[in-house]
Write a protein that binds this ligand. Structure first.
Ligand code: KIV
Ligand code: ZN
Length: 525
């Protein structure tokens, strides 16, 4: 039976793609990419955007500060540990937000308290009270998290939450930090807190579940059924280790199964596919083909029996319509005679709004592409524009590239590279054309990163399809993935490598904050 939003309970969507998601090994986002994602999340209807961990790096501080200024409707949130320096830095970064939120956390499980914090129960309780009070000096929206809540002794968890509420927390987050819980168990934890902690009805309970056992979405929904009214999640489920609960899966599960879960979110679900593509492009993490909601095969029917059923009635094998999540049948589109106006209309219909300069660059690239490629599909346009967004602010860029290869000759790459204004040209030979290109980049811009992965896929079908190349680099334990597409595979490879190098620059700047140990540091004044 269909229900309307007035009969269902609202669930707040707290997106942490830019914070927990960016902590994914290999993911690094430039400042501009973060702004782009934040804008899209805001437009899509996310209620809270966790924009970063301000004390962790100048880059995170700046991201939270600038995102606070551009976000129009969502709360903007900054993460902090329990120490006052962390909290003050978050408060400072959030100054420009019209709905600032400080999210402060401390570990509460025995294993974390003993080995990570070296703190006893009383010291942790004291730190919770002090941190929440400190955060309330900056904003009325204070979220408190019990890190490793699902492995915390239940009585102690109740005492911690009690102190957080008494000290002024408005949202209580219950992280399954290590992805250890199960739906039934997680349900019981949320239920217990709501039943046992005084004034639990005055705050919002929140889920934050990692996916180590593949249960993140199931656990989050169990939390909602137990009374949580905020869900923390990320686009494509990216995040530490196996990731976080996937936003698109939670939102669509609540939408499709309203009959047994009477809740709604404010998300414009037709933007989910676009958000997924943007995050995949920015991080360089491909979306697995069979991924729920946004995977390439999520709405494809291969078996004859299924296809036959679909032709008779789509409801035979489809529980939601592709259009509901922003997937549209591939349409043949603009050609080389199409002008600016048609290109702009097309971009808008695909949800892209580019500033004047970025639009002109994208249009030029579209014209170049249309010259080379007979049919330009929506996927080509998306790859081209996402490339434009990603590469638009890179400080290392390719000015010229020429590659020679073939039978009986030594492959040679001639490259001109601009690294923050220093232009260098080199000519280098290699075992193959890709090797020559990568060695040329290394010569023009010396670095110690090693190549971990080189992968090519086609954006569309046909021999004139654009090649999409992913390059993963590793340097001192940091990994990054660069991506680029072009009709020329060698050009795409070069751009992807340089894109990875640019990400490495971002990652180099980001250092882990000093580990916090001891009660003194936790409440350090
Ligand atoms: O997983 C976790 O415990 C976290 C907290 C900082 C909320 O990300
Ligand atoms: Zn987390």
């Amino acid at each position: 039976m269909a229900t309307t939003n007035t009969e269902t309970t609202p669930i707040q969507i707290f997106d942490t793609t830019l914070r927990d998601g960016e902590q994914s090994p290999g993911a690094a986002m430039s400042h501009e990419e973060k702004m782009q994602i934040a804008e899209l999340l805001d437009e899509m209807g996310v209620d809270i955007i966790e924009a970063g961990f301000p004390i962790s790096s100048p880059g995170d501080f700046r991201a939270v500060q600038e995102i606070s200024k551009i976000v129009k409707r969502a709360s903007v949130c900054g993460l902090s540990r329990a120490g006052f320096k962390d909290i003050d830095r978050a408060g400072e970064a959030l100054k420009g937000a019209f709905r600032p939120r400080i999210h402060t956390f401390i570990s509460t499980s025995p294993v974390h308290m003993k080995h990570k914090l070296n703190m006893g129960e009383n010291a942790v309780l004291e730190a919770i009270g002090a941190s929440v009070v400190r955060a309330r000096n900056f904003t009325s929206e204070v979220e408190w998290s019990a890190e490793d809540a699902t492995r915390t002794v239940p009585d102690f968890l109740c005492r911690c939450v009690d102190v957080a509420i008494q000290s002024g927390a408005t949202v209580i987050n219950v992280p399954d930090t290590v992805g250890y819980s199960t739906p039934q168990e997680y349900f019981e934890i949320i239920k217990m807190l709501r039943e046992r902690v005084p004034n639990a009805d005055k705050v919002i309970f929140s889920t934050h579940v990692h996916n180590d056992l593949g249960l993140a979405v199931a656990n989050s929904l169990a939390g909602v059924l137990a009374g949580a009214r905020q869900v923390e999640c990320t686009i494509n489920g990216i995040g530490e280790r196996a990731g976080n609960a996937a936003l698109e899966e939670i939102v669509m599960a609540l939408k499709v199964r309203k009959d047994i879960m009477p809740f709604h979110t404010g998300i414009n679900t037709t933007m989910l596919n676009r958000a997924s593509k943007l995050v995949s492009n920015v991080t360089g993490f491909p979306v697995q083909y069979n991924k729920a909601i946004v995977g390439k095969n999520a709405f494809s029917h291969e078996s004859g029996i299924h296809q036959d059923g679909m032709l008779k009635n789509v409801e035979t094998y489809e529980i939601m319509r592709p259009e509901d999540v922003g997937v549209h049948a591939t349409s043949l589109m603009l050609g080389k005679l199409s002008g600016r106006h048609a290109f702009k209309d097309k971009l808008e219909s695909m949800g892209y709004v580019l500033e004047a300069e970025a639009f002109e660059d994208a249009f030029k690239r579209f014209k170049d592409l249309a010259d080379k490629k007979k049919h330009v599909f929506d996927e080509d346009i998306a790859a081209l524009v996402d490339d434009e967004i990603i590469r638009g602010h890179d400080s290392i860029s390719i000015k010229a590239l020429r590659v020679e290869s073939g039978t009986g000759i030594t492959p040679v790459a001639s490259l001109t590279l601009d690294a923050a204004g220093t232009v260098k040209s080199v000519t280098v030979s290699g075992d193959g054309p890709v090797d020559a290109i990568f060695m040329a980049i290394r010569e023009a811009y010396p670095h110690t990163a090693t190549l971990q992965l080189f992968q090519i896929s086609a954006v569309t079908e046909g021999t004139d399809a654009q090649a999409q190349v992913s390059v993963r680099l590793e340097e001192n334990g940091r990994t990054v993935t660069g991506k680029a597409s072009d009709t020329d595979t060698m050009v795409a490879a070069a751009y992807a490598y340089v894109n990875a190098l640019n990400k490495l620059l971002v990652k180099r700047e980001k250092r882990e904050p000093e580990p916090m140990s001891g009660a003194k540091e936790a409440v350090a004044k």
